[in-house]
Ligand binder design. Structure first.
Ligand code: ASP
Ligand code: MG
Length: 408
């Protein structure tokens, strides 16, 4: 008998039929003698609908009130899921985030989980219930409703699995696993049977939307056994996120290609080349809670240098305003500009540790297509480039082929 957390995404709860289908799967696992905790997302499209509604009233919605609205999506689906289980004769009970007591910080719309009180869930499981928990939401120390950022139900699932010391966390979605890249861009993309936790972390942070990055971080920290599966395919084994590296020499050097259209580039031109400049530029950005991804500073010439970094597209204007209002005059920068017509493409693979020439191959492939590289960043197992967004799909396709990801 195992304790399993099953997380179902928006498409798996999109309508009553799909919820009934989900309930039948849960019933099968229950019949095998397992204890099951179900975490659900809102019905697909619901979170977007709620955001649009909020924006009709206030174009930049107050984050606390936005979270009050967004948390309703998952509250509907937990109730429906519990009802569907009851209809099958299964004892079920739903909890929203504050009822469990998923305690988070107070960063509305992107809160982090601080702790989970697992006592009620454990008691219900011991009493034979299937426990259904709302994904994506929690409560801060003052009782305010918070949400965990888009895709946050994955993190709820993994965090609950960690807190309950579950044997496995299964993430059910509309794809049957983790692919070498998005099959909508490259039809030849293949499902991976296994991927290492580190690679998954890089892919998620570089824009793969299969799992929310925080869920992968949690899984790594608490060694949660994680599997991504399709909720529409009963037989599939999905993709297992492993903690061991394959020693197999036949393993491809690159495991996957991720991309991200959500970033914007900010350039600060003509800043004095002296100590403290990076801090003076990025300090106020961090204080405003704007996440920065890539950062590049050129070697100085004539005592000045240029500084470029990327932020989420939604936060470009906020960051530009901060720099123009508080920073530009202060540090004597010549010009500050923003560009949101960019995209980031990243190749990821633990094989990079033992192979040379991967970066130069990537750059050659892009050059052969006439694609200009605007920024580059690397880690031990990743090379990411920023290109003009109009070349994104071409870049992903040619790299997928060049690194033989479509080969069996
Ligand atoms: N409903 C939320 C979203 O659409 C959370 C989730 O589905 O994971 O982002
Ligand atoms: Mg998701």
């Amino acid at each position: 008998m195992a304790l399993i957390v099953q997380k179902y995404g928006g498409t798996s709860v999109a309508n009553p039929d799909r919820i009934r289908n989900l309930a039948r799967r849960v019933a099968r696992y229950k019949a095998m003698g397992h204890k099951i905790v179900v975490v659900v997302s809102a019905m697909s499209g619901e979170t977007n609908r709620l955001i649009a509604l909020a924006k009709e009233i206030m174009p930049e919605p107050d984050p606390r009130e936005l979270d009050v609205m967004l948390s309703t999506g998952e509250q509907v689906t937990i109730g429906m899921t519990a009802l569907a289980l009851m209809e099958l004769g299964i004892k079920a009970k739903s909890y929203n985030g504050s009822q469990v007591k998923i305690l988070t910080d107070d960063a509305f719309t992107k809160a982090r989980i601080l702790s989970i009180d697992e006592s009620n869930i454990k008691r219900d499981l011991d009493n034979g219930y299937v426990v259904v928990v709302a994904g994506f939401q929690g409560v801060d120390a003052n009782g305010n409703i918070t949400t965990l950022g888009r895709g946050g139900s994955d993190t709820t699932g993994v965090a609950l699995a960690a807190a309950l010391k579950a044997d496995e966390c299964q993430i059910y979605t509309d794809v049957d696993g983790v692919y070498t890249t998005d099959p909508r861009v490259v039809p030849e993309a293949r499902r991976l049977d296994k991927i290492t936790f580190e690679e998954m972390l890089e892919l998620a942070s570089q824009g793969s939307k299969v799992l929310q990055i925080r869920s992968v971080e949690f899984a790594g920290k608490y060694k949660v056994k994680l599997r991504v599966l399709s909720s529409f395919d009963e037989e599939g084994e999905g993709t297992l996120i492993t903690f061991e590296e394959e020693k197999d020499m036949e393993q491809p050097v690159i495991s996957g290609i991720a991309f991200n259209r959500d970033e914007a580039k900010i350039t600060v031109l003509g800043v004095p080349d002296k100590p403290g400049i990076a801090y003076q530029i990025l300090g106020p950005i961090a204080e405003a809670n704007v996440d920065v991804d890539m950062i590049i500073q050129n070697t100085g010439a004539d005592g000045t240098t240029d500084f470029t970094f990327t932020v989420h597209k939604n936060e470009m204007n906020k960051a530009l305003n901060i720099l123009r209002d508080k920073v530009q005059a202060h540090i004597g920068a010549r010009e500050i500009s923003g560009d949101d017509k960019i995209a980031k493409v990243s190749i990821v693979g633990v094989g990079m540790r033992s192979h040379v020439g991967i970066a130069s191959k990537m750059f050659r492939i892009l050059a052969e297509e006439g694609i200009n590289i605007q920024m580059i960043s690397t880690s031990e197992i990743k090379i990411a480039v920023v290109v003009d967004e109009k070349y994104l799909e071409l870049a992903v396709r040619v790299l997928h082929k060049a690194f033989e990801l479509d080969a069996e």
